[in-house]
Design a protein around this ligand. Sequence first.
Ligand SMILES: CC(C)(COP(=O)(O)OP(=O)(O)OC[C@H]1O[C@@H](n2cnc3c(N)ncnc32)[C@H](O)[C@@H]1OP(=O)(O)O)[C@@H](O)C(=O)NCCC(=O)NCCS
Length: 295
Amino acid sequence: MELTADDFRALALALPDSVQGFHMGHVDFRVRGKIFASLDGAETEGNVKLEPGRRDALAQRFPGALHPHRGAWGVQGWTRLPLTAAPPALVNEALYASFRLVAPPKLTRGWPDTPTTPAVGFRVGRPDELPAVLALDEDASLTYEPFGLVVVLDREHPFSLDEERRWGADLQAGRLLLACIDGDDRAGFISFHLVDGAPYLDQLSVRRVHGRQGLGRRLLRRAQVWAAPHGALWLTTYAGLPFNEFFYAANGFQVVPESECGPGIRAILESQRAALPAPERRIAMRWRAPVPGTR
Ligand SMILES: CC(C)(COP(=O)(O)OP(=O)(O)OC[C@H]1O[C@@H](n2cnc3c(N)ncnc32)[C@H](O)[C@@H]1OP(=O)(O)O)[C@@H](O)C(=O)NCCC(=O)NCCS
């Protein structure tokens, strides 16, 4: 899989305390003010700083995928990673090594030599990614099967078409966020918009191969950050499932009786009950953002 500049950015920004900066016409990534990576002006090439031994070892494992800069920069360890040639595993490891080299030692004390956890990043989905998002969701929806809930709707079903229309609109509006993990730049997603004038999490899906690694929780956190200024985040889900009602309850959501839901949420529940299995188990939940200054 080829990485894009956005993937590189997401992996760099997933490192703790990493922030994006800008100098001499290109983007850089800094930790406590020191640059540990950058993208070139055309955003086709990443740059990292590597100790010579590490650079040689990576060059042996990934032949032709990394190149020392010429002159003094190269001597200092700066290394080019053309995005068309660098596999995600290399970029992940090189960013980690560069960060560890540049960051204040107390920030990385005890870190192992190579990354043990896959790097996670997020990026805004592009409108042309709708088919890939639908495929991702189709995979995620199989999570329900072991729990006796089999969704059998073809893509031409009005419920599916409506879903497609909403996610397409969220993609257009920049409100569909994709999670990237270990170079898979479509490991999961959230899509959100307003319903009854309040933030609504339309979908949260994680590809099964990446399940139970905390991606769902981190995506949900993103939706909560987006919703916080509005005071609340709504969603609809299945009661009684560990990765639905109980997962959301563990993240601060409460079930809302239907009589307290607005007309938009009630209409959503109605359309879900007409199309999905176990209609009686569809529920609405709400998270209330903490009010600043209170506990
Ligand atoms: C819900 C979903 C997004 C969770 O994604 P995830 O990346 O696996 O979530 P996390 O790793 O953050 O897991 C959070 C917790 O949910 C629970 N959980 C998640 N998947 C579970 C499963 N298959 N079985 C039991 N519990 C599960 C666990 O308590 C888990 O914590 P733990 O692994 O520390 O025990 C994913 O299962 C999914 O895409 N499901 C299909 C679509 C869906 O249900 N969407 C949400 C409903 S609207």
